[in-house]
Design a protein around this ligand. Structure first.
Ligand SMILES: C[S@@+](CC[C@H](N)C(=O)[O-])C[C@H]1O[C@@H](n2cnc3c(N)ncnc32)[C@H](O)[C@@H]1O
Length: 288
């Protein structure tokens, strides 16, 4: 199913610009509110983070950008897992996640397994070390002194899913040759988004998906047909996570959109989440 076209997405931005032009008084107010938020966000998240550690509850706030789960994306991921489990409820479902950070997506997968009464496991490959496309200062802070890995361990414990999650700590390339083909029911790829590494991850771990299983990932905001491919290829060699098309004004993940386009062509995609099912001869779309 197609999401909204680029035209509609761009025009949303345009609509916002127009309404600001129509009600100019809102602009300075919105600017003030934003700068106030910027000032208080760090101290508030700092307090919430330490409070969560002390109280023994999971922390998924903006300190270290502890969570990358987005409200519209999460139900799509959850529903796909539920419907996959329902196809064979007794099969202990095995998920491989590449890129776990503070554990938000892994916890969501694990809680869904529990909710479905499935005895499955989530295997998490992540080195929890600096990587090329990490750009945000708060993430860099999380990588100092192993803070984010400690937070991941805290979060899975406090979420009550420690026994469902197996951390595999190393760069993703290290594990690839050690894993047998066709062993996972689902492989979720959300590690380094640079073109070359993302491609290696999809090639290496796509093989580990069982026939009938799912490969999926995060951060595909646009279909390749919606972006300027020439411009994207020109800018795909650098290590940036995001790219803004100067003509259309849209921001997207160049590595993800190009690799998905090259490896699968037209994919199933909803709210930035993409997925494909492995068949005997290749890959087919799924309902999201
Ligand atoms: C965007 S975060 C993942 C977010 C997580 N899936 C969530 O939803 O909260 C990307 C993660 O990929 C990991 N990563 C990046 N490059 C990697 C590599 N080459 N091997 C293993 N992990 C990597 C980073 O350490 C980071 O934790």
């Amino acid at each position: 199913m197609h999401t909204k076209s680029t035209e509609e997405k761009v025009s949303k931005k345009e609509k916002l610009k127009r309404s600001i032009r129509k009600h100019p008084a809102i602009f300075p107010l919105a600017k003030k509110a934003y700068s106030f938020y910027k000032k208080v966000d760090y101290p508030v998240s700092y307090i919430r983070y330490h409070y969560s550690l002390a109280r023994g509850v999971p922390y998924t706030g903006t300190m270290f950008y502890a969570s990358f789960m987005h409200e519209p994306r999460e139900p799509v991921m959850k529903n796909l897992l539920k419907s996959e489990i329902a196809r064979d409820p007794k099969n202990p479902y095995k998920i491989l996640e590449i890129g776990t950070w503070g554990g938000a997506s892994a916890i969501m997968w694990a809680k869904t397994l529990v909710e479905m009464g499935n005895p499955g496991t989530v295997f998490c490959i992540d080195n929890w070390r600096p990587y090329p496309s990490v750009e945000l200062q708060r993430m860099k802070e999380g990588l100092k002194n192993d803070r984010i890995f400690k937070l991941f361990n805290h979060n899975i414990k406090m979420a009550g899913v420690e026994d469902r999650i197996v951390p595999m700590r190393a760069p993703s390339n290290t594990f690839a040759p050690l894993l047998a083909p066709e062993i996972f029911d689902m492989v979720y790829i959300d590690g380094d988004h640079t073109y070359n590494q993302f491609k290696r991850d999809v090639q290496n771990y796509g093989k580990c998906v069982k026939i009938g299983g799912i490969v999926c990932g995060d951060d595909l905001e646009y279909y390749p047909s919606e972006i300027d491919l020439e411009f994207t290829y020109k800018n795909s060699e650098d290590t940036r996570d995001n790219l803004t098309d100067p003509k259309k004004g849209i921001t997207y993940h160049p590595g993800v959109v190009l690799v998905v386009h090259e490896m699968f062509g037209d994919v199933s995609m909803k709210n930035g989440f993409w997925a494909m099912r492995r068949t005997k001869d290749g890959w087919e779309k799924v309902t999201l």
